[in-house]
Design a protein around this ligand. Structure first.
Ligand SMILES: [Zn+2]
Ligand SMILES: [Zn+2]
Length: 368
């Protein structure tokens, strides 16, 4: 199964002509999952190879506008472009994010009289009090949904920290298990860990032939991990005829933060194929970055090193850093310096560093 990630916006604070506000799409066969949806994400989508109508799930790391202002507009445009044929029922869009997100969508879609042709559900993550300074904590009077639900809103879950106190189980299906974990930022912010299940290895066809097994339903059983019984009564175990399992990929996408809360997330992200981490400002501005709940390349590198990620992708750059292609001689803030800072911190670690730019697609190949 092919898998890749496309950055639609890599700027912090606001969208600019040279850098969109935060948004990226993780694409697996046929499905697109959107992570954050800053203002202008829909036009970035139109400029990309991706199709907004393919988005089945949305994950919002936190409620800051540069990660959220684009969502109501995007939903409306997807609806306008979908087939209004009542015979064809459109799939539900599942939206995950911090408490308050359901209220936000109810108010913005409700007050603007926005109609949607497809149903949606908001699944809210319950933050804990240590995820932000006190002034960033949103009380129930700010976040509790009020008024009637949007006609297309379906009931969503409220997801609390699991009993280990380390993560939130968002969902698990045949292909993936997706969890969230807590970050420290000016308001409650979350990271997401997408783990693909391991897959059974290939059938050793030579061995099967030796055992006298012809292609047929028994092949399928063995491949699915079940034993198969030959006519002779001999039982063949899957381990006899399967090559090593193909390990699933792991992708970790962190929202804005100046640190991770607890050891749990590092274990969760351990060995990530890709770790996407913000680097709002260079190492020389560390104090300012931390004051604003943000990270530097050095801080992002420390997380990547601690969880032995294979690749660190930096994004969410201050708009003072122009993309390399627009960099002019004499420009003070050079985005490639952010990459160098992360690489310096990761010398001898084996972690590759990639600098995200708008419309960059990063393939996520299977491990062999
Ligand atoms: Zn931000
Ligand atoms: Zn933020």
């Amino acid at each position: 199964m092919s898998m890749d990630m496309t950055f639609l916006g890599t700027g912090s604070a606001y969208p600019s002509p040279h850098r969109g506000a935060s948004a990226l799409v993780l694409r697996t066969e046929g499905e697109c999952w959107l992570f954050d949806c800053g203002e202008g994400t829909q036009t970035q989508l139109m400029r990309s190879q991706l199709r907004a109508g393919r988005i089945t799930k949305v994950f919002i790391s936190h409620l800051h506008g540069d990660h959220l202002f684009g969502l109501p507009g995007l939903l409306c445009t997807v609806s306008l472009n979908s087939n209004p044929d009542p015979q064809q029922s459109l799939n539900r869009v599942d939206i995950y994010g911090p408490r308050g997100l359901r209220h936000f969508l109810r108010v913005t879609l409700g007050l603007t009289g926005s109609q949607l042709l497809f149903p949606y559900a908001v699944h809210e993550l319950e933050p804990t009090a240590d995820q932000s300074p006190e002034e960033g904590q949103l009380g129930p009077e700010m976040t509790a949904e009020s008024g009637p639900p949007h006609p297309q809103e379906q009931p969503g879950r409220t997801i609390s920290l699991d009993t280990s106190g380390e993560c939130y189980l968002l969902f698990e299906d045949k292909k993936f298990v997706v969890k969230a974990f807590r970050l420290f930022h000016r308001i409650p912010s979350f990271g997401f860990c997408i783990r693909e299940h391991d897959r059974p290895g290939r059938l050793k066809t030579e061995r099967l032939r030796e055992l006298g097994l012809k292609p047929g339903p028994l092949y399928g059983r063995l491949k699915a991990g079940e034993p198969a019984t030959l006519e002779s009564g001999r039982v063949i175990l899957p381990s006899e005829v399967l090559e090593d399992a193909i390990p699933g990929r792991k992708v970790c996408i962190l929202g804005d933060c100046s640190s991770i809360l607890g050891q749990g997330p590092l274990t969760l992200c351990s060995g990530a194929d890709i770790l996407v981490h913000e680097a709002t400002l260079g190492n020389e501005h560390r104090e300012k970055a931390v004051d604003h709940g943000h990270s530097t390349p050095g801080m992002a590198a420390a997380v990547a090193r601690a969880c032995c990620a294979r690749r660190l992708v930096l994004h969410h750059f201050s708009q003072r850093y122009k993309p390399s292609s627009l960099q002019k001689d004499g420009d003070e803030d050079d985005v490639s310096e952010l990459k160098r800072q992360a690489e310096d911190a990761l010398l001898d670690s084996g972690v590759d560093v990639t600098l995200a730019e708008d419309f960059l697609t990063v393939p996520i190949p299977l491990r062999r």
